[in-house]
Design a protein around this ligand. Structure first.
Ligand code: DQA
Length: 145
C-alpha cells in the first residue's frame, strides 16, 4: 500500500502560524507523527508540502505514474479556490481523503467552500493533527486492492 500525504501552503508554518487555531505543534511534529504511523503499519508514507498550486498538481499527476493507492490531502487555502487541484485529483482517479486541522465550517464563510471536497471520499475537519491518522486509516480500510 502506497500512501501520499500532500500539504498545501503555509502548513510548513505550523507551530508558528495562528497557534490559537492550529496549535503549537510544528510541521516537523506532524511529519514525525505520520512517519511513526507508517512504520507501525509497515509501509512508507511519502509526505509532500508546497506553497505552490502547480507543484501540487504535478505531484498528484506523478502519483498516477508511481502507482500511489491513496492520497491524504490538506490543500490549505487552495481548498477554497483551486479547480486545478480538483481536476488533477479527478484525472488520476486515486482515492483521496481531505483533511483540515481546524473546523473550517465554523470559521469565515469562505472556508466552508471546498473544491477538493467534491472529489474526496471523505473529509475530516477540526480533529487537529489526528485527522491525518484517521484519513490514513480510512484509506486502509477502504482499499479495494
Ligand atoms: C486549513 C484550513 C484552511 O482554510 C486554511 O487556509 C489553511 C489550513 C486547516 O488545516 O484547517 O491553511 O486547511
Amino acid at each position: 500500500m502506497k500512501i501520499l500525504v500532500i500539504n498545501g501552503p503555509n502548513l510548513n508554518f505550523l507551530g508558528i502560524r495562528e497557534p490559537e487555531i492550529y496549535g503549537k505543534n510544528t510541521y516537523q511534529d506532524l511529519c514525525k507523527m505520520i512517519n511513526k504511523k507508517g512504520s507501525e503499519l509497515g509501509f512508507d508514507i511519502e509526505i509532500f508540502q508546497s506553497n505552490h498550486e502547480g507543484e501540487i498538481v504535478t505531484k498528484i499527476q506523478e502519483a498516477y505514474f508511481n502507482k500511489v493507492d491513496g492520497i491524504v490531502i490538506n490543500p490549505a487555502a487552495y481548498t477554497h479556490t483551486s479547480i486545478a487541484i480538483l481536476d488533477a485529483l479527478k484525472a488520476v482517479n486515486i482515492p483521496c481523503v481531505e483533511v483540515h486541522i481546524s473546523d473550517v465550517d465554523n470559521r469565515e464563510p469562505f472556508r466552508s467552500v471546498s473544491y477538493v471536497g467534491m472529489v474526496a471520499k471523505k473529509t475530516i475537519k477540526g480533529h487537529g493533527f489526528a485527522g491525518y491518522l484517521e484519513a490514513i486509516d480510512y484509506l486502509l480500510n477502504n482499499n479495494n486492492k
